[in-house]
Design a protein around this ligand. Structure first.
Ligand SMILES: Cc1cc2nc3c(=O)[nH]c(=O)nc-3n(C[C@H](O)[C@H](O)[C@H](O)COP(=O)(O)OP(=O)(O)OC[C@H]3O[C@@H](n4cnc5c(N)ncnc54)[C@H](O)[C@@H]3O)c2cc1C
Length: 313
């Protein structure tokens, strides 16, 4: 259920077992990404998996402050700028607060995701029951949009063949501020930074990547104490910040906006001829036959590998 190596689940579980609470992002019943509080493991599980969209915060900052004042252990997870926002709001350090962010490419506009989901619900004539951006159906390190509908139908498209994911990766649908993010730095305001360990094959680290693998960067003494407490849950190797930087440019740099970003948003704002998300995105980020072939080849390759492994066992 986790995006990469499930580091977040283990730290969340540790906090809950200590009587604390965890703040993270889940989808509500209408598939709107919201920041919420988890008091138990079942609620914690709703936070697993990256939601590639900006979350709604509502009164979350106040809720965090109330829990801190009660002297409970509080874990808050969010984008680097959300960690900065919480710190600004609290105006002081709390010993009972743990802050976790991630290496963040940027967050797309919720309006864009809503439009795409509305179109898909219309096409499948059913409400969405569950949604995952990081289904591990065809391998742990794939980006895909996997949707299950209330009527039992399913929608599955991998990275190159899914218009929302492709627009996200093309840097056309992100918030404007994400292209000039002041929170991109190797030393962060959080205690720990999580990331996908893309490019691990180019390093000397020899760990199994079959089920997903996280990169963890510890920034503070609190982060180190917590890591030491849960380290026995993981297979891990220690490395240097230089290795992290070499495979993760997003640690310190913002991605450049697509040259078509303004035109893309303009089309959505004008809702030109009631065009669907797919039609608008196709204009700027077309999905070619090669893209579809490429994602099919990946699926077939994964199934082949799976069959070979099963035969080997
Ligand atoms: C918008 C976005 C952009 C990202 N960009 C990159 C990137 O460029 N490079 C990279 O290596 N990793 C990126 N990640 C992080 C990565 O995908 C994993 O979330 C991270 O590696 C943690 O993996 P995990 O298996 O431990 O977490 P999981 O078990 O999957 O837990 C997900 C965690 O992310 C939080 N979360 C999910 N969606 C949101 C959201 N919309 N806003 C705030 N918090 C959220 C949850 O609360 C939870 O703490 C991004 C994540 C998001 C949400």
């Amino acid at each position: 259920m986790s995006s990469s190596g499930a580091f977040f689940y283990e730290i969340g579980k540790w906090v809950i077992e200590k009587g604390g609470c965890v703040f993270g992002v889940k989808f509500d019943d209408n598939m709107k990404a919201i920041h919420a509080k988890a008091e138990n493991i079942n609620e914690l599980k709703t936070f697993l998996g990256s939601k590639y969209v900006q979350s709604d915060k509502d009164s979350i900052w106040l809720s965090v402050k109330n829990e801190l004042k009660k002297k409970r252990l509080v874990l808050f997870s969010g984008t680097p700028c959300e960690i900065g926002a919480l710190r600004n709001y609290l105006q002081k350090d709390y010993e009972n607060l743990i802050l976790i962010d991630f290496i963040c490419m940027g967050v797309p506009s919720p309006m864009i995701l809503r439009k795409h989901l509305d179109d898909i619900e219309k096409k499948y004539k059913s409400k969405i029951a569950t949604l995952s951006f990081r289904s591990k159906k065809y391998g742990a390190n794939s980006h895909s949009l996997s949707i299950k509908f209330s009527n039992g139908k399913e929608y599955f498209r991998a990275l190159y063949a899914e218009p929302y994911i492709k627009s996200f990766h093309s840097c056309i649908s992100l918030r404007e501020s994400c292209h000039n993010c002041c929170y991109k730095k190797s030393h962060r305001e959080s205690d720990i930074t999580m990331a996908d360990f893309w490019g691990i094959n180019t390093t000397n680290i020899k760990l199994s990547i079959t089920n997903g693998i996280s990169m963890i960067i510890i920034h503070s003494p609190t982060g180190k104490i917590i890591f030491d407490n849960i380290a026995s849950c993981f297979d891990y190797e220690q490395s240097s910040i230089d290795v992290a930087q070499s495979v993760q440019p997003m640690l310190t740099s913002s991605c450049n906006p697509s040259k078509d970003r303004n035109a893309f948003f303009e089309d959505f704002n004008q809702r030109k001829n009631h065009q669907s998300f797919k039609e608008i995105s196709h204009k700027y980020v077309p999905i070619s036959k090669q893209n579809i072939m490429r994602s099919k080849i990946k699926e077939i390759g994964f199934i082949r590998q799976f069959i070979q492994k099963t035969k080997g066992n």
